[in-house]
Design a protein around this ligand. Structure first.
Ligand code: TYD
Length: 199
């Protein structure tokens, strides 16, 4: 979802719920999740690099993802664990594909290569109105948050288009209301698609 939609909180609550059910859960985030990835994250979010070319930006997100997949996600999946990732390639489709106007075809090709074809079983899109998202953002805005309204509008529209293009792979969750209410919706979708809670 957009910055400030509450995804990190919801992911932690979901991880706790899954662990209670006996799953071994790895929680990670993008960009980041590895020492190299966190270094790339610092570069990506640093406002000093305002005006970074869109292709360089797409490649840096893909570089962080490639390393995270190789070093963390694949080994952990092979070990039978559940992986919850705070953002993944659908963020690149929304932000770089639509937001930066690079188009989704090239971003998909780049990410198929970067991840060696590792796609998520399910992506949740936490849908919260732009203005409510901005209200939740506090500290100093990072490089992406500091982008203008038009950019964020294109990202939001991009997510909507992705939802219609991939209705089963990406599920929308209404992110309005209390943390508990949103978590209930998150679990309902997880249950419907992956049946992790009924086993
Ligand atoms: P995030 O960690 O969600 O930021 P925050 O913790 O501030 O909510 O993501 C950092 C920013 O990077 C966010 O603005 C979205 C952007 N982003 C992309 O543009 N492309 C990507 O592929 C990813 C993973 C994130």
């Amino acid at each position: 979802g957009l910055d400030g939609c509450g995804k990190s909180t919801q992911m932690e609550l979901l991880a706790a719920g899954l662990r209670e059910r006996g799953y071994v859960v790895l929680v990670t985030r993008e960009p980041g999740g590895t020492v190299l990835g966190e270094a790339i994250r610092d570069v990506l979010l640093d406002p000093r690099y305002h005006g970074m070319s869109a292709r360089a930006e797409a490649l840096l997100y893909a570089a962080a993802r490639a390393h995270l997949v190789r070093q963390v996600i694949r080994p952990v999946l092979e070990d039978g664990q559940v992986v919850l990732c705070d953002r993944y390639l659908d963020s690149s489709l929304a932000y770089q594909g639509y937001g930066r106007g690079l188009g989704i075809e090239d971003i998909i090709t780049l990410n198929v290569w970067a991840t060696e074809c590792l796609f998520p079983d399910l992506t949740l899109f936490l849908d919260l109105d732009d203005t409510l998202c901005s209200e939740r953002l506090t500290a100093v805005p990072d490089r992406l948050e500091a982008e203008d309204e038009d950019f964020h509008r294109r990202v939001a529209e991009g997510y909507r288009e992705l939802l219609t293009l991939h209705p089963h792979r990406i599920r929308r969750v209404d992110a309005r209301g209390t943390e508990a209410e949103v978590q209930e919706r998150v679990r309902a979708v997880i249950e419907e698609e992956l049946e992790l809670f009924s086993h």
